[in-house]
Design a protein around this ligand. Structure first.
Ligand code: PLP
Length: 458
């Protein structure tokens, strides 16, 4: 069996890794993972790592979960894939029915795709096309929230507010409106999270009052803006934006790609605000982290606006693997788990245990804004402590403590698979704390060394 360095060298010579400056990848080579079981990733030399971000937030019930594996094996023998234009199949139908039922039938149809970004593209196109079909083609603008992330394809990037991802492609992007983020870390003296939410919603209200005839949809990440640093907000923000979208006849698109499937404590994050959007994007955890699948659920009013004898009024969007039967079958196994076991209740119990175990870390003088929503924990390391390449140093220190963690800037977060138990939670908190201490020690030393080597005028 080849060892880790062999695989790393071959990977760097042939694979262009995502979200990576490949020149730096020679210094921080990718972890070569040979197999995975439960929360553990195991490299080619038998070293284990706790998958603390559920492999980019997709893995729900641990790796190689036997229930999902067995559902997939059965489906493999029956029907791995058939195109969904002109054909249909039981897994796609049952999945659409069961997800719609989880919205009490408010969102009646599911349109399938493969990745989160494709779902966002679909929701944007569907919204615009709906308005066009109902005689309002001028509604062609989109609104997104500052610090939002909705993916990397051109449409999704246009409604994303991350400079480092957008800047190079700026000339290619649609111009979307940006409104204030309800991020509750932005509370001014005397404000609570709800006040921040109302202030942010007020900015949206001003925009909609002026431009609602041109605006097709607002897209939001309900409760947690994950990719820009686990920015959390009060559920009343969603209630306000729902009311504003109703008043100004603008679609509300909930991007639940990261926060759906129980991640925030309810199956859909929007449930905590007691609202339903007009379109919901789901992906990531829906297959338990086994296969790429995404979908957009929409209200019947939107669906019906596409029904016509005229083919061009239909939604002609398609992807080759749309509604892949294996992926839908994995998703059904995920829903079976939610239906047959108290996944959310169990998570709530384990989250309380982990909260307790994380207390000393969250109280560390270098830490600010400790926060949690459901199965997402985050804290920021104060700027004066997060020197140099903090995220990279933390990630590398994590590897030495059997953790796979990838901070976002100076935000450290945990999004573990839903397989915690009391011992594992305490272990995780201990290792995270050790990782923080090691990182702080190293980055301060490196920073001091840098300063010693700088010319006096710098
Ligand atoms: C909220 C949100 N929307 C969209 C996406 C894009 O999904 P994908 O990476 O599958 O294209 C992500 C990915 O992290 C996300 O977090």
């Amino acid at each position: 069996m080849s060892n880790n360095p062999d695989w790393q060298a071959r990977s760097l010579a042939s694979v262009w890794h995502p979200c990576t400056q490949m020149q730096r990848a020679t210094v921080v080579p990718p972890l070569p993972i040979a197999r995975a079981q439960g929360p553990w990733l195991i490299d080619h030399e038998g070293q284990r790592y706790f998958d603390a971000n559920s492999s980019w937030w997709v893995n729900l019930f641990g790796h190689a979960d036997p229930g999902i594996v067995s559902a997939l094996k059965q489906q493999l023998d029956l029907l791995p894939h058939v195109m969904l234009a002109g054909c249909t199949h039981a897994p796609a139908i049952e999945l659409a029915e069961r997800l719609s039922a989880r919205t009490q039938g408010v969102l009646g149809h599911a349109f399938y795709a493969s990745d989160g970004s494709s779902a966002v593209e679909i929701a944007l196109k569907m919204s615009f096309h709906h308005w066009r079909n109902v005689g309002q083609p001028g509604k062609r603008e989109f609104v997104c929230v500052r610090q939002s992330y909705h993916g990397e394809t051109l449409g999704a990037l246009a409604v994303t507010d991350v400079q480092v991802f957008r800047d190079a492609y700026h000339p290619l992007l649609l111009q979307a409106h940006q409104v204030a983020s309800p991020d509750d870390r932005q509370a001014r003296p005397g404000e609570d999270a709800q006040a921040v939410a109302y202030r942010a919603a007020h900015e949206l209200e001003n925009l909609l009052a002026q431009r609602h005839d041109q605006i097709a949809a607002l897209i939001v990440e309900p409760l947690v803006q994950c990719a820009t640093g686990m920015a959390m907000h009060h559920a009343s923000y969603l209630q306000r934006v729902r009311a504003l979208c109703d008043r100004y006849r603008v679609h509300l698109i909930a991007d639940e790609i990261a926060v759906g499937c129980g991640r925030t404590g309810t199956f859909f994050a929007c449930e905590q605000a007691g609202i339903w959007p007009d379109l919901v994007c789901l992906s990531k955890g829906i297959t338990g982290g086994f296969l790429p699948l995404s979908l957009v659920l929409c209200r019947d009013t939107i669906y019906r606006a596409f029904l016509s004898d005229d083919v061009s009024r239909g939604f002609l969007h398609s992807h080759s693997y749309t509604g892949n039967a294996l992926a839908c079958r994995a998703a059904l196994a995920v829903l079976d788990r939610f239906d047959s076991q108290d996944v959310l209740g169990r998570n709530a119990h384990e989250a309380a245990v982990l909260d307790q175990a994380l207390q000393p870390l969250m109280a560390h003088p270098s830490v600010e804004h400790p926060r949690r929503r459901g199965m997402i924990w985050a804290f920021d390391v104060k700027a004066e402590y997060a020197q140099g390449r903090f995220a990279e140093a933390f990630h590398l220190a994590g590897r030495r403590h059997e953790l796979l963690v990838r901070p976002i800037g100076r935000t450290v977060y945990l999004m573990p698979p839903y397989v915690l138990n009391d011992d594992l939670s305490r272990w995780l908190a201990e290792r995270l704390q050790a990782t923080l201490h090691e990182t702080l020690h190293q980055t301060v030393q490196a920073h001091d060394a840098d300063r010693t080597h700088q010319p006096p005028t710098a």
